[in-house]
Design a protein around this ligand. Structure first.
Ligand SMILES: [Zn+2]
Length: 305
């Protein structure tokens, strides 16, 4: 299995752990809490040089993320009770709850009615994780010119989209060169499901994910497949926009579908260059929407920045 060998340890370094090292981390047992704390502290120290000090909730969130990354708890496993978790992190229960709420927003844990918090199943493909970079430059002047949360969110989305664009365009290019009949069938199936969703204005987000994952699988490079799946998981929230009321109202779903058909045609006809260009253009639409939000904000900001 190739699972879980990726780790993004800092915003600047992507590490591919050899299986032995990944396993060692997973089985570190009691040393893990200390190691996690040490890693969190060193990450915190380097962040503090360019960013605001971390709040207690930031710190608790970061430590829990590291523990999830290191597979301290298995996907689907129940997290320890609140009190035990709070004690182990040395924080109060309100601080712990804030950290847990953020983990839920990250999609890393889920709560089940009356049963507590569980590690999200998706965790199994999210063993590596993209850290949202602190807003360097802006952060050193944060007190004087606070960066609005919406702008931070848009910056994070733009960064992920740029990454997704590079990866998916490359994947489509390779898929056009390497696809088998079975690959084409899987891609067509996902497209068919999206057509069905479109015809009744339903949510086709899952089929959209499957479409892009099937193209990645057609590269016959399992690292690319896993990375595209990972990016898809990171994007599942923002992809919903395509398929909700707003997406339909402004025609995003229809335009996206036309893109999907064009990408499939290029892959079917083994036209690698066209597949790359079309996959690139598909993500560019989402990128343009984010860039438009920046432009609107700049135009309406009183300082003009
Ligand atoms: Zn798509």
């Amino acid at each position: 299995m190739l699972s879980d060998n990726f780790a993004v340890t800092k915003e600047t370094s992507v590490e591919v752990l050899p299986p032995a090292r990944a396993a060692a981390q997973i089985h570190a047992g009691h040393a893990l809490a200390d190691a996690t704390r040490g890693a969190a502290e060193s990450a915190g120290a380097s962040l503090n040089a360019v960013s605001r000090p971390l709040s207690l909730a930031d710190e608790a969130h970061r430590q829990l993320l590291l523990q999830l990354d290191m597979a301290l708890w298995k996907p689907g496993a129940k997290l320890p009770p609140e009190k035990a978790l709070a004690d182990s992190l040395g924080v109060s229960r309100p601080v712990l709850r804030e950290a847990l709420a953020r983990l839920k927003a990250d999609g890393r844990i889920e709560s089940r009615q009356g049963a507590g918090a569980f590690v999200a199943e998706r965790n199994k493909i999210a063993a590596f994780r993209l850290h949202t970079a602190p807003r360097s430059g802006a952060t050193t002047h944060r007190d004087a010119h606070p960066v609005p949360a919406a702008e931070d969110a848009d910056t994070a989305e733009r960064e992920l989209l740029e990454l997704r664009q590079i990866v998916e365009a490359g994947a489509a290019e390779l898929a056009a060169q390497r696809r088998t009949d079975a690959d084409l069938m899987a891609i067509r199936n996902a497209l068919g499901d999206m057509s069905a969703a479109l015809s009744v204005r339903a949510d086709g987000a899952d089929a959209d994910d499957r479409f892009h994952n099937a193209i990645a699988a057609a590269t016959h490079n399992p690292q690319i497949t896993r990375f595209v799946e990972f990016l898809g998981a990171q994007f599942s929230a923002s992809r919903k926009v395509t398929w909700d009321h707003t997406g339909y109202a402004v025609g995003i779903a229809e335009v996206g579908h036309a893109d999907h058909i064009a990408i499939l045609e290029a892959i079917e006809s083994s036209d690698a260059a066209a597949a790359r260009v079309r996959a690139h253009a598909h993500v560019q639409r989402a990128l343009d929407r984010v860039l438009a939000r920046f432009a609107t904000r700049a135009a309406t900001s009183p300082s003009g920045v």
